[in-house]
Write a protein that binds this ligand. Structure first.
Ligand SMILES: Cc1cc2nc3c(=O)[nH]c(=O)nc-3n(C[C@H](O)[C@H](O)[C@H](O)COP(=O)(O)OP(=O)(O)OC[C@H]3O[C@@H](n4cnc5c(N)ncnc54)[C@H](O)[C@@H]3O)c2cc1C
Length: 432
């Protein structure tokens, strides 16, 4: 299998175009607009012409296969693109690959019926609407087997009752994908289903929209606490077979996790760039900060960690492309999920430190980046759970030793080596 760290020149040209386009046209949106899930008329007037340029360039939703209107670039190329798009909260929306829509599109494409695809997937892919993934509940998140939201079949309809928590972008979405218990008599792994719920269905009641951090403006508060009260949806709005929610969730979350990691590479890079610029610009009486060894250590440690993380992300993307399957790369996806908040936090913290008071102030982006790093340790499953996944997957390739001593036990190995080489060793001794 080829192992190559070079980018094809034709694709590099696209990346170079993206680099300039995102810097000049998209990054300014982060400074003046609210949530990137907002599709009000004023936002659409700004967004549409930018999306049109991306479409014209052939870079719209290009991680998707041609059957879904993309170029099927795959995860590795998406990883390289996200190293640019991740610099801006708005860039993924401009390029048609924003979360949670990209993950929702993926499961609709995989498990949706033709009718579901026409009604929900196509407008999502065209960037006409946004969507929400509504799984976590107020009393349970990391352990989905504890979810209690129920879906009961009543004639030609499903009736949903329960509460969901941190349903990102629900307030702006046209539909929600809701995970609910549809058969309480079997295990959670077989008794939960996914449902497509139009957000304007009676009974979808947003109790409040929760923000991240302590000072989020109302226009940014995007994580809904939702009560589903006798929400009736047609029977054909079950996504995939009843009872297959866990399998669908795995498909969705695997992609979501690596896409977050790809965009995090971009955030880590910006924190690192700010660190280097400040180190060269700020002086003490002995000269620039960059001449101080403890500052140099911060730069060196950050560079090493950033590059290690980036390579792990790109290698995992490459593996997904090779195997065509998220499940076969579970260990690697879990590894980048665990590495992501730590590298993000550590590089931002060092950069913030080098900026002194300015770094902590609201005139620089560091405090938001610190919160974002912590989000990465929780959203899509906490770090601890992913560490368990890594260990379990790794241990599958090992087995317990027979007998008392480890297989690397030196006296045992030495005795075995002596026995194996007995003829030669005896001869050598005889020749003395
Ligand atoms: C910004 C953001 C956006 C989100 N968007 C969505 C969304 O769109 N849709 C959605 O459904 N959910 C969303 N979530 C929710 C997210 O998926 C959950 O927060 C996550 O799964 C953890 O669940 P919890 O918050 O209930 O934490 P809990 O399950 O209560 O866990 C709390 C802590 O307990 C510890 N812990 C839990 N289990 C274990 C274990 N097995 N071993 C060791 N320690 C453990 C960990 O330290 C963990 O952080 C979002 C969360 C955030 C922060």
């Amino acid at each position: 299998m080829a192992w190559d760290f070079e980018t094809e020149p034709e694709f590099q040209r696209e990346l170079d175009w993206m680099d300039v386009f995102v810097r000049d046209e998209v990054e300014p949106l982060d400074l003046v607009l609210g949530s990137s899930a907002d599709r009000t008329e004023q936002v659409q007037r700004i967004l549409k012409p930018l999306q049109a340029q991306v479409k014209e360039r052939g870079l719209w939703a290009c991680h998707l296969g041609p059957e879904l209107g993309g170029l099927g670039y795959g995860q590795l190329k998406l990883g390289l693109m996200n190293e640019i798009l991740g610099r801006s909260g708005w860039a993924p929306a401009v390029f048609g690959c924003q979360a949670p829509d990209s993950g929702n599109a993926e499961i609709l494409a995989h498990y949706g019926t033709e009718e579901q695809k026409a009604k929900y997937l196509q407008p999502l892919l065209d960037g006409e609407i946004t969507s929400c993934y509504s799984m976590t509940e107020p009393h349970a998140g990391a352990d989905p087997t504890l979810f209690t939201t129920q879906a009961v079949r009543d004639g030609d309809e499903w009736v949903i009752n329960g509460e969901k928590w941190f349903s990102s972008n629900a307030r702006w979405s046209t539909f929600l994908i809701v995970m609910a218990v549809s058969d309480p008599n079997v295990s959670a792994y077989e008794g939960m289903s996914m449902f497509i719920v139009p957000t304007d269905t009676p009974g979808v009641n947003i109790i409040r929209n929760v923000g991240v951090g302590s000072n989020e403006a109302e226009s940014h508060r995007g994580h809904a606490y939702i009560r589903y009260e006798d929400v009736r949806i047609p029977a054909d709005h079950c996504l995939g077979a009843p009872g297959s929610a866990f399998v669908i969730a795995q498909t969705r979350l695997g992609g979501g996790r690596i896409h977050h990691a790809m965009r995090t590479v971009a955030q880590v890079r910006s924190a690192f760039d700010m660190m280097c610029e400040r180190a060269l610009s700020r002086n003490t009486r002995s000269g620039p900060l960059a001449d101080l060894q403890m500052v140099q250590e911060k730069i060196a440690d950050s560079y090493i960690e950033m590059e290690q993380f980036r390579l792990l992300v790109l290698r995992t993307a490459w593996l997904i492309d090779k195997t065509g399957d998220y499940r076969r790369t579970r260990k690697d996806i879990a590894a980048i999920k665990v590495a992501m908040p730590k590298v993000y936090h550590d590089v931002v913290q060092r950069s913030m430190q080098i900026h002194g008071a300015l770094g902590i102030s609201d005139e620089m982006p560091f405090t938001n980046m610190m919160t974002a790093a912590q989000v990465m340790a929780i959203a899509d499953g906490p770090t601890e759970v992913h560490k368990v996944t890594i260990a379990r997957q790794v241990l599958r390739d090992y087995k317990a030793v027979d007998g008392l001593w480890p297989s690397a036990h030196l006296p045992t190995r030495r005795a075995a080596a002596r026995e194996r080489l007995a003829d030669v060793l005896e001869l050598e001794v005889g020749n003395l």
